[in-house]
Ligand binder design. Structure first.
Ligand SMILES: *Cc1c(COP(=O)(O)O)cnc(C)c1O
Length: 377
């Protein structure tokens, strides 16, 4: 059996090696390392895939969210609502810009922000909602956009984990994740659904005027060279990464299909097991399975299970062990332990299994047997 990795980037590279090596060599031969035709080509191809008017490639997913909030003209003191159960980047940039993060609890089944909680968190100071499409499925975006429209707020989707999944509106219309809100943000970190060989990210928007502003902010606030109209940042996807992504993009749907097949295998194996809650996919979204995250019964010793799996060479990870409102750097008199019971419960009981495009049946069967043999109740 091949070694089981949490994310097997090597096997995927070997499968794509001839095209990948050629594409990277072509960039090196061109010496157009920053900006240039390769980045433009990839942006255009991704626009086509997503069905969105503008893709603006930037340095990473964290900067994508930061640039989105800057482009919307948010000012210090403005409140931005984000879920407390997420990767830190979402709230980090809110805090860095001097905006006020307002955190809300999540839904126990989807792990994405709870609509009721968002309703209660809106104040006259609220300017934006940043839903996180966590683990590969979309938050309840139609309801979130409706709430935002009723209250004059922007929606910035954190689609760093949901690239390639689809949102399904009540009328049956389907659109790609990251294209429902005013701006969508994604990450091309190597382990993401569409990952490059370093850091990368992008913003999506159908608003051309906003797109022009985003392009300018990502490039030192410049539209005409050396004329700086606003304060910006330096955030660019380099051409080598664009070349890698352009080789992978045509395979994205098959990558997601491979993730779904692995997820279905896990779910079938654990269906009858009384101490594992398998992922729940809401009816308004498809699931891209960036992560396969199960919730263990309260009496299962998660550390013990992880150690047991490790002995059997099965990696596992806890995404995420500490909710935002309990992180040291984000201590805030407005929040205390106990305020967000669902997120706090999840942080103690979730466990993610290996998930990538190269898992074969032998590995999946071994992983499932290992998990199930831990607790034979
Ligand atoms: C990965 C990730 C980010 C940040 O992306 P980077 O490219 O690593 O900066 C932000 N939000 C979520 C939910 C992520 O998973």
């Amino acid at each position: 059996m091949r070694k089981i990795e949490m994310v097997d980037l090597k096997s995927q590279y070997l499968r794509l090696k001839p095209q990948m090596d050629a594409a990277m060599q072509a960039v090196i031969d061109s010496t157009a390392f920053v900006k240039g035709p390769k980045v433009a080509e990839f942006q255009k191809n991704l626009e086509e895939y997503l069905g969105v008017r503008n893709v603006i490639a930037v340095g990473n997913g964290t900067e994508a969210i930061q640039i989105a909030l800057m482009a919307l003209g948010l000012k210090p003191g403005d409140e931005v609502i984000t879920p407390t159960f997420t990767f830190i980047a979402t709230a980090e940039v809110v805090a860095l810009l001097g905006l006020t993060p307002v955190v809300v609890d999540v839904d126990k089944d989807t792990f994405c922000m709870s609509i009721d909680a968002v309703k209660k968190a809106i104040t006259p100071k609220t300017k934006a909602i940043v839903p996180v499409n966590l683990f590969g499925q979309n938050a309840n975006l139609e309801e979130i956009v409706k709430l935002a429209d009723e209250n004059g707020l922007y929606v910035v989707e954190d689609a760093c984990q949901s690239m390639g999944s689809e949102y399904i509106f009540k009328d049956g219309r389907r659109v790609k994740s990251g294209t429902v809100g005013k701006i969508g943000c994604t990450s091309f970190f190597p382990s993401k659904n569409l990952g490059c060989y370093g850091d990368g990210g992008a913003l999506f928007t159908d608003d051309d005027e906003l797109a022009a502003k985003i392009r300018s902010i990502a490039n030192h606030g410049m539209t005409v060279r050396y004329h700086h109209d606003m304060i910006g940042v330096n955030s660019r996807l380099d051409a080598l990464q664009a070349a890698v992504l352009d080789v992978k993009l045509p395979h994205l749907d098959s990558f997601i299909e491979a993730r779904r097949k692995a997820a279905a295998y896990y779910t079938k194996a654990f269906e009858q097991c009384g101490w594992i809650k398998t992922p729940v996919c809401a009816d308004y979204t498809t699931h891209a399975f960036h992560q396969y995250t199960m919730v263990l019964a309260d009496d299962i010793d998660r550390d013990g299970l992880q150690a047991y799996l490790k002995e059997r060479n099965v990696p596992s990870m806890v995404y995420y062990p500490i909710p935002l409102h309990m992180q040291k750097a984000y201590q805030d008199p407005r929040y205390k332990e106990g305020d967000f019971p669902v997120a706090e419960h999840l942080s103690k009981h979730v466990l993610s299994l290996p998930m990538h495009t190269e898992l074969d049946e032998e590995q999946l069967s071994y992983i499932c047997d290992s998990v199930l043999s831990y607790n034979k109740k």
